[in-house]
Design a protein around this ligand. Structure first.
Ligand SMILES: Nc1ncnc2c1ncn2[C@@H]1O[C@H](COP(=O)(O)OP(=O)(O)OP(=O)(O)O)[C@@H](O)[C@H]1O
Length: 328
């Protein structure tokens, strides 16, 4: 098995708020292995962005965190701001939902791409040549001409390709992709996903891929973690988690996925109820009030993630079912 490039252990984050402390991440443990695409899925508010922001070392000053995030063996929680900036520029990059989060509207693409390489010693001409090679890798036609354009002179799909190219200029070990195709139409989405997979092969980086869309996670990822209310409720290989989900929440999420259930004239199913208030404490399973399989243990006791690296589920009912299966 490949070793872990990024390793989170019992990692928690909370934010101060007027209604009490918001516990946005609760005891997250997961490994992103070298060269793999690891997906994170979950409803809005499940903590995906907080997780990415924490890994990037960009949590706001009020945020409190505990536990460990190790990157290539180094603890990030205690890293100086300066070292973190170097790490972000050189070894961890990010692609956002909206490419204009990365791009400046008033600076030409050539200057923005050269600026990324400010730590490299080469000449400006060298850096421009590298930028042109990267633009052709991400499928931008006539890259030399395009380098002289401003962002407003290009389409959304082209801008997302450029932002991916910029994220990969430093040949990072980890690319964090936060819903990179949500703002694109379906044809472009397929092209961008294919591009990310191809570049992963070529550069050999790991990708941490966050999406609401299970279809894209199934296409892109090797392994996946399902998040609910700040916790990982299930993780494992994509085949296991999306093919035979063990957590009732994962099953419900799959039932609601438009790519699986789209039928003209019918409404998509939804998960009844709402996500819990993250400023509250609860003893049992966070999903229990919305779960039609809940038993009394789900109210009393927090379910731990049980299973193997291949597939682990945090559910009392699933664990009991598996135990009975083993006894039978
Ligand atoms: N700076 C902050 N201060 C207070 N609460 C915050 C802060 N950032 C996030 N939260 C809260 O933490 C929880 C998790 O939010 P987060 O944005 O990480 O979820 P998400 O899964 O990324 O959602 P989405 O898919 O909508 O982006 C939410 O309840 C959110 O309101």
């Amino acid at each position: 098995m490949r070793d872990a490039l990024l390793q989170l252990r019992d990692f928690s984050v909370s934010f101060p708020a007027t209604r009490g402390e918001v516990h946005a991440l609760r005891n997250i443990s997961l490994d992103v292995r070298r060269g793999e695409v690891f997906g994170i899925v979950g409803e809005s508010g499940s903590g995906k962005s907080t997780l990415l922001t924490a890994i990037m070392g960009l949590l706001g000053p009020g945020a409190r965190s505990s536990g460990s995030i190790r990157f290539d063996g180094r603890e990030l929680q205690t890293m100086t701001k300066r070292d973190y900036r170097t790490l972000r520029g050189a070894r961890i990059s990010m692609v956002f939902q909206n490419p204009m989060t990365t791009l400046s509207p008033v600076v030409r693409i050539d200057q923005q791409m050269v600026d990324i390489l400010h730590r490299d010693k080469g000449s400006r001409a060298d850096k421009l040549a590298r930028a042109a090679v990267m633009l052709s890798k991400v499928g931008i036609p006539d890259p030399l001409a395009r380098l002289q354009s401003y962002p407003h002179q290009m389409s959304g799909g082209m801008l997302q390709r450029i932002s991916i190219g910029m994220a990969l200029m430093s040949r990072p070990d980890l690319l964090i992709a936060d819903e990179p195709t949500t703002a694109l139409d379906a044809t472009l989405e397929v092209q961008i996903l294919q591009l990310l997979r191809d570049l992963r092969e070529e550069i050999g980086c790991s990708i941490l891929y966050v999406s609401h869309h299970l279809g894209t996670v199934a296409q892109m990822c090797d392994r996946v973690a399902v998040m609910y209310a700040g916790s990982v409720v299930e993780q494992g290989s994509v085949q296991r988690v999306l093919g035979a989900p063990g957590h009732p929440y994962s099953r419900r999420l799959l039932d609601c996925d438009p790519s699986r259930v789209y039928q003209p004239g019918t409404f998509l199913p939804t998960i009844p109820g709402v996500v819990p208030d993250l400023s509250q404490h609860w003893a049992g399973c966070a999903f229990q009030p919305r779960c039609d399989m809940a038993v009394s243990a789900c109210i009393r006791e927090h379910p731990a993630l049980r299973g193997s690296q291949g597939h682990a589920v945090a559910c009392h009912v699933t664990a009991e079912g598996e135990r009975r299966g083993q006894l039978a």
